[in-house]
Design a protein around this ligand. Structure first.
Ligand SMILES: C[S@@+](CC[C@H](N)C(=O)[O-])C[C@H]1O[C@@H](n2cnc3c(N)ncnc32)[C@H](O)[C@@H]1O
Length: 208
């Protein structure tokens, strides 16, 4: 569905953190290091207290922690790494124990939720590793109702922003126009994206 882009194989610690010490340390480091990106992305999304929210590729769960503060409804996370699921649950123990938070092992291409279940879906620093970004967006659109919103926030807006990491981690990095085109192609009706004023960051909001 995204013919101009190479597929990103999922075999680095960034694309699928393992339960090894390195994988765990990386999840903890990302929980610290990605917080400014989470805050910047969510500033654009503006969650409502009544929103049910899914965070895709949730990693260690730092974005989920922030989302839990911005809505009063159920929150869910998915990640195809069991170590990430475990770390995200530990990072948000109280919400998980209360039943307000569910974090499950799943891939973006096959989300274990019914059609239109969420009001908003977030994806931070994860699209680089999806095997087919457009297919992932289409599956996200399925779990949103008309008017539901998708936020994608990435620290690398283009392949050149990522420098040598793009090749080393085999990342797929479409620029904002390309990403927006894919969102429209899978049926999102209104798509806007912007850059951080001082960094290479990109955030895209698409309305189903
Ligand atoms: C660089 S980490 C970012 C984690 C987290 N979102 C954050 O902001 O710290 C990328 C995460 O996306 C997950 N991921 C990659 N491809 C995925 C896919 N196809 N489906 C679900 N999760 C995926 C990885 O396992 C990893 O936890």
């Amino acid at each position: 569905m995204s013919p101009a882009l190479p597929k990103a194989p999922a075999h680095s610690q960034f694309s699928r953190p393992s339960s090894s010490l390195i994988g765990r340390l990386l999840l903890t480091a990302m929980n610290q290091g990605h917080q400014p990106l989470h805050a910047w992305g969510l500033k654009r999304l503006v969650l409502r207290p009544s929103d049910r929210v899914l965070d895709v590729g949730c990693g260690g769960g730092a974005a989920i922690k922030r989302i839990l503060r911005e809505t009063r409804r159920e929150v869910a996370g998915v990640d195809h790494s069991p170590a990430a699921v475990d770390t995200a649950l530990r990072a948000n123990r109280a919400a998980a124990a209360s039943g307000r938070l569910r974090v499950v092992e799943a891939s973006v291409e096959d989300l274990p939720f019914r059609d239109g279940f969420f009001d908003a879906v977030t994806a931070f620093e994860t699209t680089y590793f999806w095997p087919d970004i457009a297919a992932g967006m289409a599956e996200i659109r399925r779990v949103l109702p008309p008017g539901g919103r998708l936020l994608i926030a990435n620290e690398y807006a283009t392949r050149s922003d990522a420098g040598h990491w793009a090749d080393r981690l085999e990342m797929t990095i479409p620029d904002g126009d390309h990403l927006a085109g894919m969102a429209r192609q899978v049926g999102f009706s209104q798509v806007d994206w912007d850059h951080h004023p001082r960094r290479s960051w990109l955030r895209l909001v698409a309305i189903a």
